[in-house]
Design a protein around this ligand. Structure first.
Ligand code: GLU
Length: 284
């Protein structure tokens, strides 16, 4: 029997400089590929036009190369692949699984927390098209207000039936995407969302092992559902721990975690930085 080649990837968003948490995640993916004699890919997840910046994109490549990573194949940038996401959206739309939502985040939050409003505070949004009077909704769409496209979760989950996915560390998981409610698959400002793009890209790039932080574990339930609906292959998963600093806080851009550039400018070597995140040692 021939075994499928392992293809792993690192998929950062160019919304800031890479920090130690990213170094860990990138090296984790690279090592997962290397340990299996497979390939390592780099993808830039730049669909959030408001937060992504070209200079951060360039900085990611520079920082990763400095760290000693290599990605022999061309980098895939999501912003250049709208047609792929549009095709996936068309397919889901053809199955009657999408609907346009004009509500802003604020309006949605207000509607969901209204005393008698459906379905109650904290609940996942479902049927957001019912939160506005039908005529008002039609008027806003006709007036050209930006719309997001949401997945009819209950219908989609029923159509797909029971699904499972495998996390190589946590074991077999029964997919439970319903908790996400009618999740957005096309944003108002870009005709795709993280969930849609990541699933389409992993399939198109032939990724067989998705490695990423434990904060995205739950999202995998939605990804598994989308794979089933779109007829895509199902990769295996590993959700790694989130690196914490000496004070036990998770490394994050917003907390001013030291960037790889700052460490480099302070005279740290790539070997030292790799060792700081637990990927030191001979032969690297
Ligand atoms: N672009 C995502 C992030 O930077 C990672 C997505 C993934 O690995 O699936 O958090």
């Amino acid at each position: 029997m021939t075994r499928t080649e392992v293809v792993a990837r690192f998929a950062p968003s160019p919304t800031g400089r890479l920090h130690l948490g990213h170094a860990y995640s990138a090296l984790f993916a690279r090592e997962a590929a290397r340990a299996a004699g497979g390939r390592f890919l780099l993808r830039i997840e730049d669909i959030d036009a408001g937060r992504c910046r070209p200079e951060f994109d360039a900085a990611i490549l520079e920082d990763l190369a400095w760290l000693g990573l290599e990605w022999p194949e061309p980098v895939r940038r999501q912003s250049a692949h709208m047609a792929d996401y549009a095709a996936a959206l068309d397919r889901l739309d053809g199955m009657g699984l999408l609907y346009p939502c004009v509500l802003s985040r604020k309006e949605l939050a207000a509607a969901l927390s209204a005393p008698h409003g459906p379905p109650g505070p904290g609940a996942a949004p479902a049927d957001t098209d019912r939160l506005l009077p039908r005529a008002e909704r039609a008027r806003r769409i006709a007036a050209g207000e930006p719309v997001a496209l949401r997945l009819r979760m209950a219908r989609a989950a029923a159509l797909a039936g029971p699904l499972a996915w495998r996390d190589l560390d946590a074991g077999e998981q029964r997919a439970a995407p319903e908790a996400f409610g009618d999740t957005v698959l096309a944003r108002k400002d870009f005709p795709a969302s993280y969930h849609l793009a990541v699933v389409v890209d992993d399939a198109l790039q032939g990724v067989t092992l998705v490695t990423r932080g434990a904060d995205l574990f739950e999202a995998t339930h939605v990804h598994r559902l989308l794979q089933a609906l779109l007829g895509l292959p199902v990769p295996e998963y590993r959700h790694h721990r989130l690196l914490a600093d000496a004070a036990g806080r998770r490394h994050a851009k917003r907390d001013g975690a030291p960037t790889l550039r700052a460490l480099r400018e302070a005279g740290r070597t790539p070997e030292e930085v790799r060792a700081m995140v637990g990927f030191g040692g001979a032969g690297r």
